[in-house]
Design a protein around this ligand. Sequence first.
Ligand SMILES: C[S@@+](CC[C@H](N)C(=O)[O-])C[C@H]1O[C@@H](n2cnc3c(N)ncnc32)[C@H](O)[C@@H]1O
Length: 226
Amino acid sequence: MIEMEDHCELERENMISDSKSAVDNEPIKWFDELYNRADGNSQMIPWAKMVPNPIMMQWVRDNHIKGKALIVGCGLGDDAIGLEKLGFDVTAFDISEHCIKWCKNRFEKSSVKWQVADILEPPMSWINQFDLVVEIHILQAIPDGGIRETAAGNLPRLLNNGGELLCIGRLDDGRQTIIPPPWPLKKEWLIQSFNQLKLIQFELFSYPETKEVTRYYASWKKENIN
Ligand SMILES: C[S@@+](CC[C@H](N)C(=O)[O-])C[C@H]1O[C@@H](n2cnc3c(N)ncnc32)[C@H](O)[C@@H]1O
C-alpha cells in the first residue's frame, strides 16, 4: 500500500516537473501544457478523480444551498457536473484552453457554462453574482508572493450578498513533506485572506487512501455588504 502511494507520488511529481520545464517553469502556464500533453488520457492528470469531490457534494447537501454556482479551476469538470445534478445553474472555468475543450467534449449535453478565464482577472460580469463559489486545490496549486494572494482576494468579490465560499485543500500543519506544487496552506493564512467574509466552519479531514495527508474544508458567507 505504502509502495503504491510512493509510486503514485513520484509519477505525479514527474508529470508536473516535465510540464513545468517545457514552459520555463512559468507558474501557471504549465497547467495548459500538462492538459495538452495528456491528450485525452485522464490518467495523465494527477488530480483528476473523474467523480465529483465527495466532501463538496456532502457539504452542499448538508447546507441546502441553491442557485448560481461558480467552480474555480474546474479541471476535468466533474465537480461542475455534480453541482448541475444537484440543481445548480453552474459556470465552470479554468485557465487552460485544452482543459475547457476537454470538459466540453466530455460533457457535450450538459448545460454547464464552460469558460476559459483567469482567477487573477475574473470577468467583470461575474462580480457579486454567485450564491456559491467553490475553490478546490487551486490556491494551493499556485505560488505565493503575489499570485496566490491576488487569486484569494478575488474570490469574495464573486459572491452575491448571502453567497457562500467553499474551499477544500491540503493543510500545512507543519508535518507535510510534499515537493510543491501543491503548497499546503496554513489555516491562519486562509482565515486572514477571507477576513471580510464571515467564517462559518473550518474542518480537518483525510481520505482513507492518504491518511497521512491532513486536509481541510472551510466555508465563509458574504453578509451585510452594500
Ligand atoms: C490542482 S488542479 C485542481 C483541479 C480541480 N479543482 C480538482 O480539484 O480536481 C488546479 C486547476 O486550476 C487551474 N488553474 C491554475 N491557475 C489558474 C488560474 N489563474 N485561473 C483559473 N484556473 C487556474 C489549472 O489549470 C488546474 O485545472
